[in-house]
Design a protein around this ligand. Sequence first.
Ligand SMILES: Cc1cc2nc3c(=O)[nH]c(=O)nc-3n(C[C@H](O)[C@H](O)[C@H](O)COP(=O)(O)O)c2cc1C
Length: 674
Amino acid sequence: MFPHLLSPVRIGTLELRNRIAMSPMGVEIVDDDGVLRERMIRYYEERARGGAGLVISEVAAIAYPRGATTAHQIAISDDRYLPGLAELARRVHAHGAKLALQLVHHGKVSRLDQKQGRELLMPSEPRWHGAMDMARDLTREELGAMIAASGGAPPKIRVATREDIAWLVDRFADAAERARRAGADAVELHAGHGYILSEFLSPAWNHRDDEYGGPVENRARLLQEVIRACKQRAGEDFPVWCRLDAVELRTPDGIRFEDAQRTAELAEAAGADAIHVSAYADSTSGPAFTEAPLVHRESGYVGYAEGIKRRVRVPVIAVGRIEFELADRLIAEGRADVVAMARKHLADAELGRKLAAGRPQDVRPCVYCYTCVAQPFFDRRVRCAVNPVTANEIDLAMLERAKAATPRRVLVVGGGPAGLEAARVAARRGHSVTLCERADVLGGALRLAARTYEPNARLLRWLEAQVRDLGVSVRLRATVTPALARELAPDVVVVATGARRDRPSLPGAELPHVLTGDDLARVLASDDPPVGARVAIVGAALAGVSLAELLRARGREVTLLDEGPTLGAAMAHPRRWRALADLREQGVALVANARVRVIGAKSLHAVVEEKVAARELEIAADHVIWLAGWTGDAALAESLRAEGVAPALVIGDAGGVGYLEGAIHSGFHAAIRI
Ligand SMILES: Cc1cc2nc3c(=O)[nH]c(=O)nc-3n(C[C@H](O)[C@H](O)[C@H](O)COP(=O)(O)O)c2cc1C
């Protein structure tokens, strides 16, 4: 399996055991002084141990705190950072992987400079400021946290002088030399994503009239100088490569692919040992973010990697939501040499090792929910919705792997994501686990979510298979009562019975065309749900937004309403940006601050709070799908406790609606406590 992806490869003098790279990710695990300590080292070590051939670090700041985007990023600007960097290299090497440090000056995106009152270094005065539509669809809390991350003061720009350019070249070279002294195997120059090197490359940001501006050969001059200087200082044999944007989307005069191809040639001519092909889009625009660099479309940049590979002789690293089968094929067909994976490595640190063992089905799938990347916007540590160990390796990695001191009999009640995760982790830790599910299939709320969003289906299949392989005894159509629980005689009960999804109490709620709770499973069972031409969905959490997408795609006229001011507030904001932009484009009517008052046979009556006054709204609807007002439901736990059956832990939506991340994390944490 995957013979090409798993075959060794050389980048310059660097030999990799396979062609799987952990793509660079700024994860804000470092404390606020740029120093690498155990928490961050363990995060990387788990990925090296997990089988990646190449670990590329997050953005390491070459002039920290200058040119940094957060205080919580790796610094590589001084020898006081050497011990941490050296320990990182040692620990990555101990597992047979290689380490490249990604070097950066963030240019116009140096939030830390802005926060600390310094000027932002740019090639020239900006003539365009971006679409600036990020605030749309954010909650007030999110907007506040984002502003706080940059300090909120308007940015001051410093146009790079000759001295600044010389200083930049020197800082990059100094960092490359330090990387080598630390024992790292290579450096990747970040020449993409709107940071300083890419600003020079981009005609949208570079309006200089000296030899660093104008034609692409001039715009690439700084990158070439940096590559040469890094080689000179760190040694010609030390691998140095760059990450480039193949395109700069939604940006007037942004980088075009032809420019990127030429830049790749120029980088190679200056000595680059590889080209890593990413992309960028207007960073002031919300929906743009999921086009680049966090591409939502599967294998969205593969064509770019291929197009650059045709123009250079050095290896090309491809990235962008690339699945394993395709990764193998890209290499087999000579369309890329190494495949970098970012989000997949957060979801499963062991993906390389599992592929090498011929068990791709064991890799926990990323669900592309954007929980991870939402956090750095707020200057907060990364989280993974499906992998609670991510960023907590120091505390949790061993606990998850270790066997429990005393094997127990565990009864898990409810086979949704929380129950499945609790059963999985408890069984893995050596407990004897029985899982009872009232329905005739596993999945609970995740089964609904899987019908509207395919990556969720992969996660459900993974959870089901893991639970089965670990020998959990699964009983379907089994409603647990205190009597049944007593009969099963568990030492511990884990209650994962999900949320209550009651009918609302308002006039018309009992009408047959109002669908809620368990009706939904029936409605979603068929590919084209049996609902009329006009559908009103009440409740715009994840389920409501996904269902609106699905029904619109099936040709329905859809109105999506929510009581709150931000639709999709429960989704991580990058995914919300994307989803709401798509819904608007597809003509779904979105109504925030809406309180439904009455449901009629063919319409629904709501009151919408607006800035000045409330407005009455009549919405035509053949069906009303009610997804609002879900509440936790710990009734079973209470009756088990009252009857003294066994200690009961409540997890998932039963303990308060927490969606997928809440479900998985609470299931995991319950299981490691047993
Ligand atoms: C949490 C997070 C942080 C990221 N930080 C960086 C970074 O520091 N440097 C960088 O070049 N790309 C960064 N990226 C982009 C990834 O390296 C990668 O290009 C992108 O996620 C697409 O790959 P994927 O589909 O495999 O996730 C980040 C992505 C994520 C999810």
